[in-house]
Ligand binder design. Structure first.
Ligand code: TRP
Length: 328
């Protein structure tokens, strides 16, 4: 047990999760829990960096937690907890903020992209520093690996730099965590093969969508603009629906591909078949979701238990930190 490596993964509480989360992160988290000690962080403080309105933060956290449970994260093995409930995150964040320069944070491409995408006029101190908070999230649990998408790799790099700096200055407390990239990291949204599925783009299929919702949403999915009539030959490689077939309908995908190219298969049928497979994939998740939705006390008990376990580990690390720093 002592040799088992640790994984720290985190997500902002944006509420109900979608297929992009399932494919890009959650499937991977579930697979990794067999092999590693996993900690799953609900990054509620991070959510404040781009939205100071916290009125939905609790409900969004619970909705996200229910989706995590529904996809099969095992609460006994893998603690799930809110960042805001473990005060050690803020303590370590403060210490780490002395170990990185302002210039380094301003160079961070991930924050630059976010500022541009969200049209933020001037960046707050907390927003520019959020990778430092993320470093505290990861290192408090001595995470060896961090499962992330490409866009978060710069943050893991900053985490490594901070760990190195701390260890050299005060003593070897922290590992240098490595990113664990997800294979299928980018699932396109319903509005085009080059757009990522995301809540803000409004192009999602939610894990909690009903079969009717899914059929309806799929009907509206953007396909190859050159395939107008049923018999027109299509180009599956530029069609998001085909990407979904590759992911959710592997056995039929070759036949879908040739049917689309030859014109034998029309978009209406193709989409209906794709929706059917997605509905099948989500059915067991929906059942588990319904189980937890009707047992809110069980959900809050799972969260409380996760927070107790996470806190124990965080306190242990902070003790070491204070010790090597001669604080207290
Ligand atoms: N920064 C991540 C995001 O914006 C969320 C996050 C916070 C995170 N802390 C983390 C991810 C620790 C991995 C590890 O989505």
């Amino acid at each position: 047990m002592a040799t088992q490596k640790t994984i720290l993964s985190g997500m902002r509480p944006t509420g109900k999760l979608h297929l992009g989360h399932l494919v890009g992160a959650l499937e991977n988290w579930v697979a990794l829990q067999e092999q590693y000690q996993n900690f799953h962080l609900i990054a509620d403080y991070h959510a404040l960096t781009t939205n100071i309105d916290s009125s939905d933060i609790y409900q969004n956290s619970i909705d996200m937690l229910i989706d995590w449970l529904a996809v099969g994260i095992d609460p006994v093995k893998s603690p799930m907890f809110r960042q805001s409930q473990i005060k050690e995150h803020t303590e370590l964040h403060l210490i780490f903020s002395m170990l990185i320069t302002q210039a380094r944070l301003e160079r961070n491409p991930a924050v630059k992209d976010q500022v541009r995408d969200l049209n933020i006029e001037s960046v707050t101190y907390g927003h520019i520093g959020y990778p430092v908070l993320q470093a505290a999230d990861i290192l408090l649990y001595k995470g060896d690996f961090v499962p992330v998408g490409e866009d978060q790799v710069p943050h893991v790099e900053i985490t490594r730099e901070i760990a190195r700096k701390f260890n050299a200055q005060y003593g070897a407390v922290f590992p240098e965590p490595e990113p664990k990239l997800t294979k299928f990291a980018r699932l396109p949204g319903l509005d085009g093969a080059d757009k990522k599925m995301s809540k803000s783009a409004g192009n999602t299929i939610l894990l909690s969508d009903s079969p009717e919702d899914i059929q309806k949403k799929m009907k509206g999915a953007v396909t190859d603009p050159q395939k107008i009539r049923r018999n027109d030959p299509g180009r599956p490689e530029i069609c998001l629906v085909y990407t979904y077939h590759l992911k959710f309908n592997t056995t039929e995908a070759p036949e879908i591909e040739s049917g689309c190219r030859s014109g034998a298969l029309g978009c209406v049928d193709c989409k209906r078949r794709c929706a059917t497979r997605i509905i099948e994939t989500l059915a067991p998740i929906g059942e588990k979701r319904a189980f937890y939705e009707t047992r809110p006390n069980e959900v809050t008990a799972i969260l409380a238990d996760g927070e107790t376990k996470a806190r124990a580990r965080a306190e242990e690390t902070m003790k070491e930190v204070r010790n090597v720093m001669k604080l207290g």
